[in-house]
Design a protein around this ligand. Structure first.
Ligand SMILES: C[S@@+](CC[C@H](N)C(=O)[O-])C[C@H]1O[C@@H](n2cnc3c(N)ncnc32)[C@H](O)[C@@H]1O
Length: 195
């Protein structure tokens, strides 16, 4: 009887939405032991993230935790940008590569399997994030060290502690049961030249 009750509890836990993501937005693949779980960004939000960052064909967009590659594929298709996706889950990397080939942008986007914290961000001009808040916070020193003046960072849903965003917009979601989604934009400014 007790074993049956325990199984029920575990099952209920597994079916619960992943904490930290918006209500109604459940993880489709739990990779919490590696960091943020896979929850894809809806197309209209991805498009808003890219326009907020003022993407052009001169940009190299790094999506940290790139999932199925949708943000970078859109950046290449709609803005002619180049992209590099870093994703820890090898199956998602394979899926992103297949989708890029089907979309005809495989020459502009690259998907690498790896840990985003080990990735050299210096070639990026734009970084996109949809990660846990604590991952954003851990990334902050790396972003500030490796990005250059004029580069942009856009985060879906989550802010970075003690780093006020330059712009915040609220996306109205399409289902009345979901909360609106904030997007945050930071622009890296030139180092202060005053002695
Ligand atoms: C919320 S999903 C976002 C996917 C995609 N960026 C999007 O917005 O559609 C977060 C992704 O980060 C990946 N991830 C989590 N920790 C990671 C790490 N340390 N290095 C690389 N990828 C990671 C997960 O596997 C997951 O695919």
């Amino acid at each position: 009887m007790r074993a049956l009750a325990l199984c029920g509890l575990l099952l209920a836990g597994l079916l619960m939405p992943v904490q930290g993501y918006a209500q109604g937005e459940t993880a489709t693949r739990d990779t919490t032991e590696k960091g943020a779980p896979y929850v894809p960004t809806p197309r209209h939000i991805a498009l808003k993230m890219l326009t907020l960052a003022d993407i052009s064909s001169d940009d190299v967009v790094y999506d940290l935790g790139s999932g199925d590659g949708r943000i970078l594929i859109l950046a290449a298709q709609e803005f002619g940008a180049r992209g590099v996706g870093i994703e820890i889950d090898s199956q998602l990397v394979q899926r992103a590569r297949r989708k890029a080939r089907r979309a005809g942008v495989a020459d502009r986007v690259e998907f690498r399997q790896g840990d985003l914290f080990d990735t050299d961000l210096r070639p990026a001009t734009v970084v996109t994030l949809y990660l846990w808040p604590d991952m954003n916070n851990r990334l902050r020193p790396k972003l500030q060290r490796e990005l250059s003046s004029g580069d942009r960072i856009v985060s879906h849903s989550f802010n970075i502690d003690k780093w006020p965003a330059d712009t915040t917009v609220t996306m109205e979601v399409r289902s009345p049961s979901e909360p609106n989604k904030p997007l945050f934009l930071w622009r890296i400014s030139a180092p202060d030249a005053t002695p």
